[in-house]
Design a protein around this ligand. Sequence first.
Ligand SMILES: [Zn+2]
Length: 696
Amino acid sequence: MRIGRRDLLTGIGALGMLPCCDVEREGPDEGVCNRPERADVALPKREWLRGARIAGLSAFADATACDFAGDLDRMADERVTVVEVDSELSSYLDEREFTEQLRVIDLVARESHARGMRCIAYWPILEVLTSNAETKTNTMSKDHPDWLQIGIDGNPNVFVGGGGRAFWIEPGEESAWLCPTSGYVEWFLARLARLARTAVDGLWGDVPLLNDIVGVWPCVNPSCNARFRASTGHDAPSSVDWDDPVFVRWVTWRHQLLWELEQRIVQRAKQVRGDFEVVIETVTMDYNAATMQGLDGAYADDGFVHRVWEVDAVSDASAMRDASHLDWSSMAVMMKYARGASGPRPSWVFCYGKEEADAERVMALAIATGSSPYETRIPEMNTSVGSAYRKRMYSWLERHPEILLSTSASSVAVLYSSTSRDVLDRARAVGLYASTNANDDLWWSNEESDSALSTEYVADFRGLSTLLLDRHVPFDVLTTPHANADTLARYEAIVVPSAASAASELVERLRAYVDGGGSLVITGADAGSYDELGALRSRPMLLDALGVEASPGAWSERQLGRGRVLYAGDRLGRSYFRSKDGAVADAVAGFLGLGIDTDAPQGIVFDLRWAEGGELVVACANLAGLGAQGVGTSTPRRVTLSCAPDVGPRRAKTVIVTRPDADARDTPIPFESEGTRIRFSFEVAAIAVAIVAFER
Ligand SMILES: [Zn+2]
């Protein structure tokens, strides 16, 4: 498994010999740059996390303002609003080295502020690297063996790098994975408090997870086991046994363990400075890495923690250039998941690209689904597919803040359940993407058994979501921590794929939702068979609550209260994901009756949102034909659509179509009103957005 990425080894000096003043610097600025350090500039107090346009910068010990002035000037010109500064906090630093890192980060933050940009510091939370580990007396694992994660097999979670997928670890470099209940955490928090006293605006915290590169189901060290016992009354398991209820309880508890760590981090940081923000890089999306590594953005509401979702590409060599159409659908669903799991908070996502043509399709998906882009060139973080490309996309977003500063106008939600994924998929397959590729060592997996096609929960969730994408039904992903009565009430229909686990309160809320007139699509003969912690019940509580007979089979529909239920005992979302069975889709689309009326082909992704000024934002990303044809052969599509936004008696006044294309101008286009519907057509290359304004 790949996880976060570092870009440690570009730039000045060799990291093998960490910081220090005797590193000889050679650069174009050497000797000519004489830039006095400036005091920090206070930026206007407006919310900068929402609508952010993000990019990364490497910085090193001993750096001066001259070393990165050029890069920061360029980033400001590219209309970047948030600079992620990646210094050397990944490394095992002594006091003098850490102090030097704080100086550099503070300097980059002040220089960013002087150019109107925010700055947040990259820091892997539970991984610490030590270079040349074998020859050094002091490494993290040698100094603090009791801080290491311990796998369920009894082995410490530490290894020495040398090629392969963990490409950020140099040969001879130690990668130590630290336990979230050990003394390490206090050590980290004390240093974090010092970071919060610099000019930097926040922490970009990577990898707060239980890593499985060499670790086997960490962590069962004494402090974690004591915590588990205190929390659940059980002794921690000593082997992987999915039929053991205590093991399943432990799997779900690991999500809580990491969530509590994140909450401690944000509390400690905000004790120092209320406006210091914590953004967690979250690589585990909707697939089974969340089960294996514990980090799970769908486990609980995040409170003051924000997330930047690392939506991986299929290949670290070629990004999405050779992705299949199902891979593209999977990415679209992950983007929807990112937006949805972020709840009321803004969502940031990685947009990995190799060349502009593929990169733009990925960023189009991010923007069209409502997330802020972090632009970078695969496989590293502080790179770019191209400055002109980034500037073109980010300038467009700057001119149209309403595109990201908008809230969903979808009338359908797909419910996502973390524990259902745990208990149904049992982490058997990774499930990141559908395709595997034996010819590419840097493909996400070479094992067919890892494909999302061979999963249960992930395939059912992805399949029903893909079905909605294919039928042009705008939808949101709703994770169970956000599925309260008020949120459910915003939607005309809720799609509930394979909710094997459901809290009794959620079951009651879903029943009340249907009684009140809502429509529910539900799959799986085991819906509600487990509680929210993964404990098996005697009956499928959700099906019982809906008066549905638990049986395998295809769709059946029934009235319930003032609402309706469409139920299939089979995981028909999974069937659709695997075979694109048109009958499955017809049944769901017919039941919902809520799609955009359009002549667009499959692969055109629509999203409907409300801008703060009351305009309807119709975002449209073009994935049509991808998978069958390469990304380089992008053909603009003309799509005609009509929709019926809920604006009461107000009539549409103007429709303006805007695109980031090099030659594009914002153009008012003709439209027709048909009762409450509005109909218009426009062209989309990678992305186009129609902004509909209404009469007051
Ligand atoms: Zn532990």
